[in-house]
Every structure is written in C-alpha cells, then in structure tokens.
Design a protein around this ligand. Structure first.
Ligand code: SDX
Length: 432
C-alpha cells in the first residue's frame, strides 16, 4: 500500500477522515473506502460499478484510453501472433508463460479431460431442437456440478487445478454437443490426437457418413479468436463468476453463472446481435438510416459491437480481428464478402460522426468476430458459445485468484432503499 491518502470531509458535521490510496503496478490509484460506513455511516452509490474496483487482480490489465490490453503483462498483439490458446490458458492460470515441459503436461491434462460422463448426453434429450445453444451450454455446464461435487474441496489447490482443467477441457465438448443437437446430427466424441481447437472443429463438423479433415486456416483463426477472448479483467460475466464463487459454491455452478451473464446482448451476446444487425441493415445504402436510429434516444436500436465501458479508444482485439478477417476470407477463397464490406462502411461512417466521436464509441471485440465465425461455417446463434469457450480460462483464473485472496469476502453490495417506510399490515377486508 502507498503512503498516499485522500481526506473525505463530511460538510454536515465537519468530520474529516483520511482514507488510504492503494496503488497497483499500472493504472490509476484506488481510494480504499472499506471503513467509510464505520467512520461516517454512509455507503457509496455507483450503479454499474463505473468507479468501483471490486478486487485486486494480477491477471489482466486494460488501459481503456490508450486501447492497451495485457494478459499477465504480455501485450495481446504479441500473444495473438505468437502464442496458442492453451499456452495463454496456462499463462492466465499460473501467471507465467510455461516451459516446453510445463506446456506439454498442461496440454496432456486438458486433453485427457475432454470426455464428459456419458450420462451428460441425456441432458440434451430434454431440449427442444431449436433451444438456444447458450441456454444448453449454461444448463449443461451447471449440470457438471452434479458430477463433481462430493469430494471436491475448493480450498485444496490440487482440487482447484483439477476443476480448472476440467472446465477448460469439457466446455468445447459440451458446446459441440449443443451444436450437434441444434443441427440434428449425432454427437462426435473428442479426438485426443487433435489440437484443442482442431478437436473442437472436428466435434462440430465431423459426421459419421463422410471423412472430415480439420482445415488449418480455420484452426488457426479460431485459436487466435479464443486467445483474444480469454480474459478481460472484471467484465460482467467474470464479476458474476467471482460473485457466485465468493459464496464458496461449486466452481462448475459459478462458471454456469458466468455463461448466463455472458449471453446478454450488452456483453458476449453482442457477436450474434452484430450479424443480425448487419442482416437487417442489408446494404450500404441503409447505413445512414441505421446510424440515425442508433443516435436517436427514442429508438432502442444501438450499434451492436460498438462502445465499451472501459475502452474509450479502438478495442485492440477488434483491430486484430479486423485484420484477421481479411486474411481468413482471402485464405478461404472468399474474394468478396458483402457483410464485411457493410461492417467496414458502418465503422467508417460511425467513426466520422460527432455522436460517436463525442462519446468515444469504437468497434469492440464483438464487431468483426462474427464475420470470421460465419466464414468458418458456424451459425449465428452459436457465436456466443465460442466467446464462452474462449473466456473459460479467464473465468477459472479469476475464480482461483479470488479463492486464494486473503482479502476475499462474500460479495454483498448495499443499496439505497427507496421503498415504502415501515407500515402495519392491513387485513384484506379493510384495504381500499
Ligand atoms: C463485451 O466489459 C467488458 O470487458 C466486456 C467485453 C469482454 O471481453 O468481457 O469487452 C465484451 O461485452 C463487449 C461489449 C459488447 N456489447 C455491445 O457491443 C452492445 C452495444 N454497446 C453498448 O450497449 C454499450 O456501449 C456497452 C454495454 C458495451 C457499454 O455500456 P456503458 O459503459 O454503460 O455505456 P453507456 O451505455 O452508458 O453509453 C454511454 C453513451 C450513452 O449515450 P448518452 O446517454 O451519454 O447520450 O454512449 C451511448 C449511450 O447511449 N452508446 C451508444 C452505444 N454504446 C453506447 N449509442 C449507440 N450505439 C452504441 N453501441
């Protein structure tokens, strides 16, 4: 803790109290107001937590003004170019890049945990054919808590590790089963001879009736997208995982809570919403009309994939995905993608518009990702599931960090009560 303090004075009573300022390795200092209520009898009010740090964390750093994102200190651009998703998962979980031997052991462990209990298949029979895959993912990930409950001790580091590996390993298997259920095809078992991403693509697209070979362009592109989604400090779904986990609940239940939070269109559901928006806009001629709608306070329409709570600059992930988009489409032989052209036009017009400039609204991670997913043959409703697979290492790393933080307590915000004051019960025949 630094020696710096901030003095808060209650003008009503004249009482002044010094509160410590806490400094991280990067980023602005934070006023530690833990004792505010004890000193003054006041809470703070911060809906949406726009000015509240909920925890300390060593995992991810974002400078929203500069558009910088670091995982454990490493710039996202370097990881996206040089690393692999499993290496990044190791980095997030354990703090440093692995040695070759550590990576081999980690990869082996993840690979060995890709299977799910055979009875997990039965859960899918309960879902209608048109169930949303995020609904299936949330439910079935939650159901894993039924398989791994007795005997799991979250205070035991070995049990935490095992749970983390199981979550990262089994999410693609469950996701692919949800996909197969959607398209009415038989489930494909994991193939441990393939890479993490290759195995996932195989479980999505292989059919018993014909040979399937993983396309290396798709494998590389998807692996990079997973890296780009792997963590993003205290976003809504991660905060949900931490809050649920702070009660000491089963980790699979906490991750299911994260999946539920991710699904919303303001968060991970935006990647699906972007493609639906592009379909609705249809052609470049309609862009000005939709920009006007996005700016109109009386119209609920918003530019999906645009704006961010923390980034007041270009989301560095969006910049990478935009570039990869062109490369992947080229490599897949798509010379002209009308939706990519539409998205670029939308971006160009929005970034020149006073409304977006003033509010510092830029494309975020969800703006271009769907165009790549679609080129890989993945249906729109499935996009957020891919976000969840990518985010799994971040969720479990943050959950592990939370459990081991000596300052960790159950998450329990306060409120400003605005309801009726105390009143007496009125018998039903006397109510007017
Ligand atoms: C993710 O937090 C994370 O880190 C999330 C994430 C991660 O990796 O975990 O990065 C992933 O969730 C990306 C965000 C995906 N969501 C969308 O793309 C949905 C569209 N964007 C927004 O609804 C919005 O920008 C949010 C939810 C992302 C951020 O909301 P904030 O921080 O609460 O900002 P706000 O809604 O208060 O907006 C500020 C102003 C408002 O105008 P005024 O009232 O000041 O006049 O900007 C306007 C908003 O109306 N605005 C938009 C807009 N986003 C904000 N106007 C039009 N279109 C938009 N997209």
């Amino acid at each position: 803790m630094s020696n710096k303090t901030v003095t808060i004075t209650d003008n009503a009573t004249g009482k002044s109290v010094e509160f410590p300022l806490r400094s991280g390795t990067l980023g602005p200092d934070v006023i530690d107001i833990k004792d505010l209520y004890k000193e003054f009898g006041y809470f703070t009010y911060d809906p949406g937590f726009t000015a509240t740090a909920s925890c300390r964390s060593d995992i991810t750093y974002i400078d929203g003004d500069q558009g910088i994102l670091l995982y454990r200190g490493y710039p996202i651009e370097q990881l996206a170019e040089k690393s692999t998703f499993l290496e990044v998962a190791y980095l997030l979980l354990y703090g440093d890049l692995p040695t070759a031997e550590q990576l081999e052991r980690f990869t082996d462990s993840i690979t060995r945990h890709t299977m799910v209990n055979e009875s997990v298949k039965n859960f899918f029979n309960g879902f209608h054919y048109n169930a949303h895959p995020m609904a299936m993912l949330t439910a079935v990930v939650g159901s894993l808590s039924a398989f791994y409950h007795d005997g799991l001790d979250i205070n035991d580091p070995a049990d935490r590790d095992l749970s983390a590996h199981r979550i990262i390993a089994k999410l693609p298997t469950i996701a692919a089963a949800a996909f197969k259920h959607m398209v009415g095809e038989p489930f494909v078992y994991p193939n441990n001879a393939l890479s993490y991403t290759g195995n996932f693509l195989n479980m999505l697209f292989a059919r018993p009736s014909e040979p399937y070979e993983v396309n290396p362009v798709a494998e590389k592109a998807l692996d990079q997208l997973l890296i780009l989604h792997a963590d993003h400090e205290q976003n809504a779904s991660t905060s949900t995982v931490r809050l649920a986990g702070s009660t000491g609940t089963n980790p699979f239940a906490a991750i299911a809570a994260g999946c539920a939070a991710l699904w919303g269109p303001s968060h991970g559901g935006a990647n699906e919403a972007v493609l639906k928006m592009l379909e609705e806009i249809g052609t470049v001629d309609n862009v000005p009309k939709y920009i006007a709608k996005a700016k109109d306070k009386d119209d609920p329409f918003r530019l999906m994939g645009f704006g961010h709570r923390v980034y007041k600059n270009y989301d560095p992930r969006a910049a990478i995905i935009r570039k990869t988009c062109h490369e992947v489409l080229n490599e897949l032989g798509v010379s002209h993608d009308p939706q990519l052209e539409l998205a670029m036009k939308l971006e160009e017009i929005a970034l020149q518009d006073e409304y977006f400039i003033e509010r510092k609204l830029y494309p975020n991670v969800d703006f271009y990702s769907g165009i790549i997913y679609r080129a890989l043959g993945i249906p729109t409703e499935f996009f957020t599931v891919l976000f969840a697979i990518g985010r799994a290492p971040g969720w479990v790393a943050q959950w592990m960090e939370m459990i081991t933080d000596p300052e960790q307590r159950i998450g329990r915000p306060r409120q400003i009560y605005t309801g009726a004051p105390k009143r007496d019960y009125v018998p039903i025949d006397q109510r007017g």
